[in-house]
Design a protein around this ligand. Sequence first.
Ligand code: NAP
Length: 295
Amino acid sequence: MSTIAFTGLGTMGRGMVANLVRAGHQVTVWNRSPVASDDAQLIGAQRAASLPEAVAGADFVLYCLADDEAVQQVVLAPGGLAESVDTGSIVIDLSTISPGQSAAEAEAFAARGVRFLDAPVFGSKGEAAAGGLWVVAGGDRETFDASRDVLDAISETVHYMGGSGNGAKMKLVGNLIVAAQLEALGESLSLAKKAGLDLDDVLGVLKVTDFRSPIFDGVGSAVVAGDYSPSFALKLMLKDGRLVKQFAQDLEVKVPGTEATVTTIERAVESGWGEENASALIKVLAADAGVDLAR
Ligand code: NAP
C-alpha cells in the first residue's frame, strides 16, 4: 500500500482514483475546480485544501491533466510541482502531452533528483472507471518497476516503452490510429447511408470482419443512436491530432491522413461540437454527404 497524491480529477482522473482506492492505496486528491462532494468515484479518497497539502510526503504524485498548458501551470511554472514535490516521491504524468513538454518535465524533476515517469494511457471513460486502461510508460527501468503496483491498479496492461519520453511518443503513435479510425468510420458510414445500405446491417459486418475494431463497434452503435455524449471530448482529440502533426513534422515524417482528419476535427469544433465526444467529427462528414446517420 502506498500514499498517493492525485490531481486532474476530470473524466479520466476520477476513474483512476476510484481504482487506486479500490486497490488499497491511501489517496489524497486535489483539483483546480471544486468537484462534487458526493462524487461516487472519489469515495474513500482524502480531499486536500491545496495541491502542496495533497503532495506533502506522498510516495507517489500522479496527475492526469488536459494538455501542455495545464502541465506548464501545474508542474513547470515557478512554485509548481517540479519545484515543490518531496525528493523521495515518484512522479507519474498520465496526461497526453507533447514529447517536448514531457522532456521538459523529465529535465525539471531530474534537476532535483526526483524520479519521474511519462505514462499516458489508452482507453477512455469506461476503461478508466473499470481499471482497464492500457498504460504506456517511459523512464528509468527501476522507477518503472517501483511503480508497477500503482500502474497495475488502473490498467489492464502496462507497457514499458524504454527511456524517458517514450511513453509520450507511443501515445501519439497510437492516437494517430484512433483518429484515422474515426475518420474512416465517418466516411464509410456516410457512403453506406448515401448508397442506401441499412447502417445496422453495415455495423453487423464491421463487427466480425478482419478489419473489425472496438472503436468501430462502440462508436458505430452510438452514432446510429445519435449519441455524442462525451467520453473523450472532441476538443481533446483536436489537441491530440495537432500534437501528432507536430511530432511527425519535427521528425520529417509525412502524415497526410492525419492532416485530413485534423481538418475534419477543426471543422467539427468550429461547428460548436468541441465539448461533445470525439466521434462528433463524423457529423461533419455526414453533413458533407447530405445524410443523417441517426436511426
Ligand atoms: P478532462 O475531463 O477535461 O479533465 C482535465 C483535467 O485537467 C481536469 O481535472 C482539469 O481541471 C485539469 N486542468 C486543465 N487545465 C488545468 C490547469 N491549467 N490547471 C490545473 N488543472 C487543469 O479531460 P480527460 O478526458 O480526463 O483527459 C485528461 C488527459 O487524459 C488529457 O491529456 C487527455 O488527452 C488524456 N486522455 C483522455 C482520454 C479520454 O477518453 N477522455 C483517453 C486517454 C487519454 P478542472 O476540473 O479545473 O477543469
